[in-house]
Design a protein. Structure first.
Length: 221
């Protein structure tokens, strides 16, 4: 971590909001936009700084499972609207990736396995154990978040970026296979949706790589 991040003054204690629908990610009505932004960045900074300073495996486990305790909607309320290339924006994407894998580890492993041969370098960066089954997907996302608090945060972001690139390649391949092997309209719509999601994941991968560079410079705020 860059010295400028380590030496920042401790912000005042952040407040967590009550869960709201994930589909309505606007800030709490009681706070103005500037306050919402401040709370988002304060909570992200406090969580990362506390986890990295404590060197406590039990605390790290709790932080990795933050969504399990708070609910995805609460984490979304805090961080989902922040720019992608900020600390809260990066944390939101890491936790959202973990939640997706927790909910659909089989689908994640199918996408990942399909993408390996088209994204061999990102596969190495992600560091998934072979063969990349559902258990390995779950272990990877936990390892990435563990790295945020116990290792090099930039490397954790790069691993997540690599994971996104492999999954994106797999989704495109599976979509192409679906379009080639069927004339069913439902399957074609599924393939189109997969392609759009793959494009979104590539954007996420680019953002996570940018965040890694910003962290190393001490500018990920």
């Amino acid at each position: 971590m860059a010295e400028s991040n380590q030496d920042r003054a401790n912000p005042r204690r952040p407040a967590f909001f009550s869960p709201v629908s994930m589909d309505s990610r606007g800030g709490p009505q009681s706070l103005d936009p500037a306050q919402v932004t401040e709370v988002a960045h304060e909570t992200a900074a406090v969580i990362v700084r506390t986890g990295r300073a404590a060197r406590d495996p039990q605390l790290t486990s709790r932080l990795v499972a933050l969504v399990d305790d708070l609910g995805l909607s609460t984490v979304a309320e805090l961080w989902a609207d922040r720019p992608a290339r900020t600390l809260p924006g990066a944390l939101w994407r890491l936790y959202a990736l973990r939640e997706w894998v927790c909910r659909d580890a089989v689908g994640a492993s199918a996408d990942y396995a399909a993408g390996i041969r088209f994204a061999d370098v990102p596969h190495v960066v992600a560091g998934v154990a072979e063969p990349p089954g559902p258990v390995e997907m779950l272990e990877l996302t936990d390892a990435i978040l563990t790295g945020v608090f116990e290792a090099d945060l930039a490397i954790a972001l790069e691993r997540a970026s690599g994971f996104c690139r492999v999954v994106a390649a797999g989704r495109v391949q599976r979509a192409n296979d679906s379009d080639t092997n069927t004339s069913d309209v439902h399957d074609q719509l599924w393939g189109s949706a997969q392609t759009r999601r793959a494009a979104s994941l590539l954007t996420t991968a680019d953002d996570l790589e940018a965040c890694a560079r910003l962290w190393r410079k001490g500018d990920l705020l």
